[in-house]
Write a protein that binds this ligand. Structure first.
Ligand code: ADP
Ligand code: GLC
Length: 477
């Protein structure tokens, strides 16, 4: 059995800030079903240390050289459903309240990546494939081909871009001080990006295979509009770049067995199930209980990427219609500030829950009629997949994975699993939300047909895991 080691900065069931954690929590299982031995390695954060430490097995302690520093890493193991999760402990770097956004992030994740490479050198695991994700683990393919080239059995390196916007940019002096490579990697252009170095660029340039999380995003990032100034670098890797859309874990996300819901439901009893869950979430959040009003929701990081301004700028007009709105999210402070006023402006009709709340997210996916994702760009998107699986119709902008996964409503054929719009404008957003409102209100049979189609759509990992297996197996031969 070939061994794949996933290297990531977050993942379920340990820590989650966004869709990356969903992927790390479910793709290894899917590839295991494709016949690989899969394991995951990530940092041991404070939350895990506090809640799970007693259930972890200590595997090994070893020294790690981070550029000019020497420090110690300890690896712990927890096996869940045949997947081995390795957690790298370093209290100073990782036992903090948050996960990212610290001034020493470059040093923290340089350490983590060296600790992973040392773990392989120490033969804790000898993977055939090292699959790293986003900038936090972008150095891995570079370390495999340089500092550790003669120290470990060379694995195939696969690097997945989940979001090109976050690039891990640091001053070039970090090459010597933390990465342990000479400054020439900056001066000869290999890692140079803007005025420093980029860990994301390292992954793109040095990995044997590069993937991203939808076909449309794979082609979008080759253009200046979406390439975040890396489009020319990506074009050089065009023939090793693949777009493979994400799936969700349909065992964890299953409305028929979801422990958070007021009542479980399936395609056999959609109307009753969704109605009961709608009344329950309305009551829980202080909205007027009404099974007939269209309940629109957003479950999201609140950043410019997610198109939240389109909602804020159309708020007065759309709240003039007979709809209710729930926003669950956390992010930019000025966005949070604006959202905090909606409960006063539209009492019992709009509510903002500021924060991250897993159980509430489940209840919203079950109780809402429409989920908003008017993203400026969206590499894949997990929320719209969950929404469809829960019979909540996504309203999305046609970009990245949203375009690839949501089939737009067609009033003639009655086909579709959601509502879509193209140009990133308030007018287009309002127009499509009005269309959803109109179908909900006046063409209820069409709306119901769409819900069924959405719930029947295959959003599992099965097809995509096969696509990963195919590109990996081709290179392993
Ligand atoms: P991104 O990774 O860009 O944030 P995705 O759509 O890929 O977007 O994934 C978001 C994931 O995080 C989904 O599983 C969604 O349910 C979850 N999520 C986002 N915000 C919250 C929140 N405030 N509370 C609970 N879950 C959230
Ligand atoms: C990133 C992207 C999101 C994607 C997720 C998982 O956070 O913003 O679109 O679904 O990664 O791949």
């Amino acid at each position: 059995m070939k061994k794949i080691l996933f290297v990531a900065s977050e993942g379920l069931p340990f820590v989650k800030t966004g869709g990356l954690a969903d992927v790390i929590g479910s793709l290894p299982q899917a590839l295991h079903r494709e016949g690989f031995h899969t394991s995951v390695v990530m940092p041991l954060y404070l939350k895990t240390a506090k809640t799970m430490h007693a259930s972890l097995t200590k595997v090994k302690t070893y020294p790690v050289k981070v550029g000019i520093f020497d420090t110690i890493a300890t690896v712990y193991l927890k096996t869940i459903d045949e997947i081995d999760y390795y957690l790298i402990e370093h209290a100073t770097y990782f036992e903090r309240e948050g996960y990212y956004g610290y001034p020493d992030d470059g040093e923290r994740f340089s350490f983590f990546q060296h600790a992973v490479m040392r773990m392989i050198e120490e033969k804790v695991i000898e993977p055939d494939v090292l699959h790293s994700h986003d900038w936090h683990t972008g150095l891995i393919p570079l370390l495999v081909k340089t500092l550790y080239k003669t120290r470990i059995k060379t694995p195939l390196t696969l690097f997945t871009i989940h979001n090109l916007y976050f690039q891990g940019c640091f001053p070039y002096s970090m090459l010597e001080s933390c990465v342990g490579l000479p400054n020439s990697y900056y001066f000869d252009g290999s890692l140079r990006f803007k005025d420093g170095i980029s860990f994301m660029k390292a992954g793109i340039v040095y990995a044997d295979l590069v993937t991203t999380v939808s076909e449309t995003y794979a082609s979008e990032i080759l253009t200046p509009e979406f390439g975040e100034s890396m489009e020319e670098i990506l074009k050089l890797r065009q023939y090793d770049l693949f777009g493979i859309v994400n799936g969700i874990d349909v065992k964890d996300w299953n409305p028929a067995s979801d422990k958070y819901l007021a009542v479980p439901y399936s395609t056999q009893n959609i109307s009753k199930g969704k109605q009961t869950n709608k009344l329950a979430i309305q009551q829980e959040l202080g909205l007027r209980q009404d099974p007939n009003v269209m309940l629109v929701a957003m479950v999201s990081r609140l950043t410019d990427q997610k198109g939240i301004w389109l909602l804020l700028q159309s708020m007065n007009q759309i709240m003039g219609w007979d709809i209710q709105l729930i926003v669950l999210g956390t992010g930019d402070q000025h966005v949070e500030g604006q959202l905090k006023s909606i409960e006063y402006r539209f009492p019992h009709r709009a509510v903002f829950y500021c924060g991250y709340n897993e159980s509430l997210a489940h209840k919203i996916y079950a109780g809402a009629d429409v989920l908003l994702m008017p993203s400026l760009f969206e590499p894949c998107g997990i929320s719209q997949l969950i929404a469809m699986h829960y019979g909540t119709l996504p309203l999305v902008r046609e970009t990245g994975g949203l375009k690839d996964t949501v089939e737009p409503y067609n009033e003639h054929t009655k086909k579709g699993t959601g509502f879509t719009f193209g140009p990133f404008s308030v007018e287009d957003f309002k127009h499509v939300l009005w269309m959803a409102y109109e179908v909900y209100t006046f063409r209820h049979d069409d709306f119901k047909t769409m819900i069924k189609q959405a719930m029947h759509k295959d959003v599992s990992w099965d097809k995509s895991a096969k696509a990963y297996a195919k590109i990996i197996n081709k290179r392993l031969k």
